[in-house]
Design a protein around this ligand. Structure first.
Ligand SMILES: C[S@@+](CC[C@H](N)C(=O)[O-])C[C@H]1O[C@@H](n2cnc3c(N)ncnc32)[C@H](O)[C@@H]1O
Length: 324
């Protein structure tokens, strides 16, 4: 049978497990460091993510955590820092060598962190497209720089799987490359470039639409940063392709009748002559106080053409609070 891009991806990460490749994906965020958390060097060298999926405010009330695509185990260790219970975190990966490397790295993490035990993480062999996890059993599910590799049909399956295993109101935290530039078909279909997280990047809107189409009623864009450039000298493209990395949280809230609430960092401020402005749709703007609004509400407020209501541009930096 002919090898598929998914097989090529497994080969890439088998190699990356056997010989750590610094900068293979390379996060653009600083490594989270918390008091008493020491991340072994090998985990840092095997940091194959493109952002962070560890957000302390997701991790209150002892959540059951799932992490798909374990890499060197750095984010599993970071999640364990908050969870600190036997099998509080489940780590799933399809590549045996990566699971073995991760297990070895946990031994180093145990030596460096007196609070950590390897059995805080249940490592499981499994595929993101068919998770070995029960329905509605997870509070926080995360993946970092894996889903962008998947072609659309597979991405849909991977998102559906995350939706299936999350409890109601559970959170899916994602970090992936996106791109607003048109990706040439030959790059999109290059299995090596896809596997290296360089050419599967979708435009942000399409990425978000795919997330909401599987049923997530609320989506937060937490960060968006420049990530890579596929330039004309090194890649088979006539135009440079700018790739950014995004951090997104999708919440398994019921889908509102008028469509999902997507927060891209817009804020509304009322500067009229009254104490407040009430849109009678659940949003009260106090005089000169910022209110984070989802894009749907932002659009509705703008449509009022009220000169006393200011609506900001998207900052792509939304960290909670506000309407809906
Ligand atoms: C780009 S690396 C990211 C690793 C880790 N999330 C990090 O941030 O360092 C992709 C990871 O997904 C794993 N992987 C590849 N294909 C997979 C699949 N179909 N199902 C589950 N894991 C997969 C690889 O073995 C690797 O650990």
């Amino acid at each position: 049978m002919e090898a598929t891009y998914l097989d090529t991806t497994k080969d890439i990460y088998k190699r990356a497990a056997e010989t750590p490749e610094v900068g293979l994906c390379c996060t653009t965020t600083p490594i989270w460091a918390f008091p008493g958390l020491d991340i072994p060097r090998i985990m840092q060298e095997m940091n194959y993510g493109c952002g962070s999926t560890v957000h302390p405010r997701d991790l209150i009330n002892n959540p059951k955590i799932l992490y798909v695509g374990v890499g060197g185990g750095m984010e599993l260790l970071q999640f364990s820092y908050f969870s600190r219970q036997t099998e509080g975190v489940i780590g799933v990966d399809v590549v045996d060598e990566m699971l073995e490397a991760c297990k070895r790295n946990f031994k180093e993490a145990e030596a460096a962190n007196e609070w950590f035990r390897s059995d805080f993480v249940s490592l499981r062999k499994g595929d993101a497209l068919n998770l070995p996890v029960e329905d509605s059993s997870i509070d926080v599910a995360a993946q970092n720089c894996l889903f962008n590799i998947f072609k659309e049909e597979d991405l849909k399956k991977a998102l559906q799987e995350m939706f299936r295993v999350l409890k109601p109101h559970g959170r899916l935290v994602l970090s992936d490359p996106v791109s607003e530039d048109e990706m040439p078909e030959k790059l999109k279909n290059d299995p090596e470039l896809r596997g290296l997280c360089l050419s599967g990047a979708l435009p942000l809107k399409q990425y978000i639409d795919m997330i909401t189409e599987v049923g997530f009623g609320t989506v937060e864009i937490r960060a968006k940063r420049p990530y890579r450039i596929l330039d004309t000298k090194h890649y088979d493209t006539d135009q440079p392709i700018h790739v950014e990395s995004v951090e997104v949280c999708a919440i398994k809230d019921p889908m509102p009748a008028d469509g999902p609430c997507v927060f891209t960092g817009k804020t509304a401020i009322y500067t009229g002559g009254k104490e407040y402005f009430d849109d009678h749709a659940g949003h009260v703007l106090l005089y000169n106080q910022p209110l984070s609004v989802c894009d749907k509400t932002a659009g509705n407020l703008e449509a009022l053409n009220n000169e006393d209501i200011y609506v900001s541009e998207s900052t792509y930096f939304y960290d909670g609070g506000g309407c809906c």
